[in-house]
Write a protein that binds this ligand. Structure first.
Ligand SMILES: O=C(O)C[C@@H](Cc1ccccc1)[C@H](O)SCc1ccccc1
Ligand code: NI
Length: 183
């Protein structure tokens, strides 16, 4: 079971590697890893369990964050009423198209692998089309926009050794970003 102990922290080297593509169909070990990642997200969003197990809430997690340098991501996003908006795994994902328009969270971003707060806007594409694969090796295309697109890009960055703060304007972290919507 994944707890905060299994989540590696900056500046661990693995967070800066380009993760390896996984072989399809997934073997049992990789299937278990993905299941454990999704299970972490669900437990982390259950207030009681998160409190008991001292978990930081997450809406996404990438395998490199548990020191597995493979191209696997779990996404789990609910709305305020607790309805599931997105429950998806991305295997060997690639952004194959994106809007010219950008978007960023007015609150900036955090990361389960970064213990300190790093303030600043993180500009990302407002819409992305992601090609990825199912556990059985079927190719799928996902179109994400808004918050879901931001989460997907944050996680895909982890597969490329990129951290959210790499995108923050060092001179002026809260500088308004041209051609971007603030979410
Ligand atoms: O570290 C991770 O990859 C998981 C992050 C992903 C993330 C951070 C900021 C913005 C989008 C995605 C965790 O989900 S951070 C916790 C969190 C929880 C709910 C909403 C936003 C961020
Ligand atoms: Ni992160």
């Amino acid at each position: 079971m994944i707890t905060m102990k299994e989540i590696i922290r900056d500046p661990h080297d693995t967070l800066r590697l380009k993760a390896q593509p996984v072989e399809l169909p997934l073997n049992d070990e990789d299937r278990k890893t993905l299941h454990d990642m999704m299970d972490y997200l669900k437990r982390s969003q259950d207030d009681k369990i998160a409190e008991q197990q001292q978990l930081r809430p997450g809406v996404g997690i990438a395998a490199p964050q548990i020191n597995i340098s493979k191209q696997m991501i779990a996404l789990f996003i609910k709305d305020e009423e607790g309805n599931v908006l997105l429950e998806e795994v991305l295997i060997n994902p690639k952004i194959i198209a994106h809007s010219s328009e950008l978007a960023y969270l007015s609150t900036g971003e955090g990361c389960l692998s970064v213990d300190e707060q790093i303030p600043g806007y993180v500009p990302r594409y407002r819409k992305v089309t992601v090609r990825s694969y199912t556990m059985d090796g079927e190719m799928v295309k996902h179109r994400f926009e808004g918050f879901e697109a931001i989460v997907a890009q944050h996680e895909i960055d982890h597969l490329n050794g990129v951290m959210f703060y790499d995108h923050i304007n060092q001179e002026d972290p809260f500088k308004k970003v041209d051609n971007a919507v603030e979410l």
